[in-house]
Design a binder for this molecule. Structure first.
Ligand SMILES: [Cu+2]
Length: 169
């Protein structure tokens, strides 16, 4: 009887610790690969910072000017035009907007800041992204678009085609 009780407690401890590990990924990364004829590649990294998520962008091969980028709902970059990634990740059923709006898709990250050499290297804190739980971005994808996101046209921001895709792992 005593042995059964002890082994039961050990099983419970094991279950508790494995659940905790599964729900708290430390960081996540999307390795970005070009779509179609584009040369856009690099990576986008995510790490938890005080209840928010810090996003670090390190991309190259982008035509100059701001370019829309978002988290899309499916972690599938297999289609040559990136359509397999689906629409913007929008677990809250909200309207498209700016990353600074409260009414926005969770995946609305606005525009890449691109330098004259076609590189985008910058970081920012996003208050709506989650790396764990039901609305986690892990297993979804990051998409870079061919045009700027106007931050208002529904539901895409009129950002045009998709020039790079990476699954968030
Ligand atoms: Cu998009």
């Amino acid at each position: 009887m005593k042995i059964n009780l002890l082994s039961g407690m050990a099983v419970m401890l094991l279950l508790t610790s494995s659940v905790a590990v599964a729900e708290e990924p430390k960081t996540a990364v999307a390795e970005m690969t070009p779509l179609g004829g584009s040369t856009v590649k690099g990576k986008v990294s995510f790490r938890p910072v005080a209840g928010s998520v810090e996003v670090e962008v390190d991309l190259s091969g982008i035509t100059s000017g701001p370019r829309g980028f978002h988290i899309h709902e499916k972690g599938d970059c297999s289609a040559p035009d990136g359509s397999s990634a689906g629409g913007h990740f929008n677990p809250g059923g909200k309207a498209h907007g700016s990353p600074r709006d409260t009414e926005r898709h969770a995946g609305d990250l606005g525009n890449l800041q691109v330098d004259k050499d076609g590189n985008a290297k910058f970081r920012f804190i996003d208050p709506q992204l989650k790396l764990s739980g039901a609305d986690s971005i892990v297993g979804r994808s990051v998409i870079v678009h061919e045009k700027a996101d106007d931050l208002k046209t529904q539901p895409t921001g009129d950002a045009g085609g998709r020039v790079a895709c990476g699954v968030i792992k």
